[in-house]
Design a protein around this ligand. Structure first.
Ligand code: GDP
Length: 368
């Protein structure tokens, strides 16, 4: 096939992988003006879709952004901030200011102190070596925080472009679509001039005559639980509305199974205390004795302990164990990347977290 490039975003056209940059169905190649599916949807439906890219392309993309002048809006998923945080951004941003947008705030319990969450996010950014100008908490689904954020972004960008970056599934497309629907009246929002010198699939949505909001492809974070799950199981695991925390009073020697996806053992504790679980409301949690846990898992994975179900089970990795001594006297979260977290109410306990090989467990100060 002769090499073709999208007239919208400049990406090299390919017909194999719908989730990757530059995808167009074969039938589109007959048209006079060839655009990728993502640009087609933007042009005709005023809607962007997410596509993903390889790690190498991603570094090139960051490099391209570093050469340009604009405000960088980094979107993270509040349900999995560490897991969705893109590393390495700090090396490339140059002098461009960065703001952090925590999306999916609708999932946090209503009683959550959002200022505390914002401060905590600032600290996380700092730990990742990133100096952020502002932190915003929004829901692209129910619209909360969006007007204020749009207003502030307008101020902070000082007439320049906005680059929106994030890993896949943080809700970047939903967020941009919300902005498009609320800020432009135009039917055809896409510009036809594409980024000179890049073929990475940046798409530009005009903000005014001189500047654009630029949607960039997302990078896949392989250490998140979602990458091991079938579409059906992912539906159960992904929370859709406010999480109702579940409290379990546990003694040393007790175990919780989160479906069959993860396991949490109290290895050592001097008293019975309440552990608060924040997972999708559709996910069942099963309590058992640590001494029976291995057997239970062996016999009931995929049934009593599910998900994983059918498709997921075919490639299900073994669970690996990591043990942590919790010392802080404040509340501590044990985060299962992409799945949820359990809050340990105080220090002086030793716990083990089991996750599929490759998924990350993170210990952090409690956010709620
Ligand atoms: P992208 O890959 O970053 O572009 O993410 P998408 O916009 O495709 O969203 C990924 C998933 O998160 C979808 O299932 C969305 O419905 C969901 N999502 C996006 N924004 C929000 C939000 O504000 N709240 C909730 N609860 N879900 C959201």
């Amino acid at each position: 096939m002769e090499e073709l490039y999208c007239q919208g975003c400049g990406a090299k056209i390919q017909t194999e992988d719908e989730n990757k940059v530059g995808y167009a169905p074969k039938s589109a190649l007959q048209r006079e003006e060839i655009v990728c599916k993502r640009c087609f949807r933007l042009k005709h439906y005023n809607e962007v879709q997410d596509v993903d890219m390889t790690a190498d392309d991603f570094l090139n993309m960051l490099h391209d952004i570093g050469q340009r002048d604009g405000l960088i809006v980094k979107v993270v998923d509040l349900f999995d901030v560490h897991g969705s945080f893109i590393q390495g951004l700090n090396n490339f941003v140059g002098h461009n200011p960065i703001v952090l947008v925590g999306n999916k705030v609708d999932l946090l319990p209503k009683s959550t102190n959002l200022n505390k969450v914002k401060n905590w996010m600032r600290r996380v950014a700092k730990d990742f070596g990133l100096q952020v100008k502002e932190v915003f908490l929004v829901s692209a689904v129910d619209g909360s925080g969006m007007d204020e954020t749009a207003f502030e972004l307008e101020r902070l960008r000082e007439g320049k472009d906005i680059f929106v970056v994030g890993s896949t599934n943080v809700g970047k497309s939903t967020l941009i679509n919300y902005f498009i629907q609320n800020s432009t009246d135009e039917k055809d929002v896409i510009t036809t001039s594409y980024f000179p010198g890049t073929t990475l699939g940046f798409i530009e949505i005009p903000l005014d005559d001189r500047s654009d909001m630029i949607d960039t492809p997302g990078i896949i974070n392989h250490h998140q639980m979602s990458h091991y799950l079938s579409k059906n199981d992912l539906k159960i695991v992904t929370p859709k509305k406010e999480i109702k925390p579940k409290v379990f009073q546990l003694n040393q020697g007790q175990t919780l199974f989160i479906g069959g996806l993860a396991r949490f053992d109290i290895e050592q504790a001097s008293e019975k205390i309440g552990y608060v679980c924040y997972f999708s409301n559709d996910l069942s949690i099963h309590r058992t004795k640590q001494e029976k846990a291995d057997q239970l898992y062996k016999e009931h994975l995929g049934e009593l302990l599910s998900p994983p179900t059918n498709d997921t089970l075919n490639n299900w990795p073994e669970l690996v164990k990591e043990t942590f001594r919790i010392t802080s006297n404040n509340k501590t979260d044990v985060v299962f990347s992409g799945l949820g977290w359990i809050t340990v109410p105080k220090g002086g306990v030793t716990i083990s977290a089991y996750v599929p090989k490759g998924v990350r467990v993170i210990i952090r100060e409690a956010i709620i």
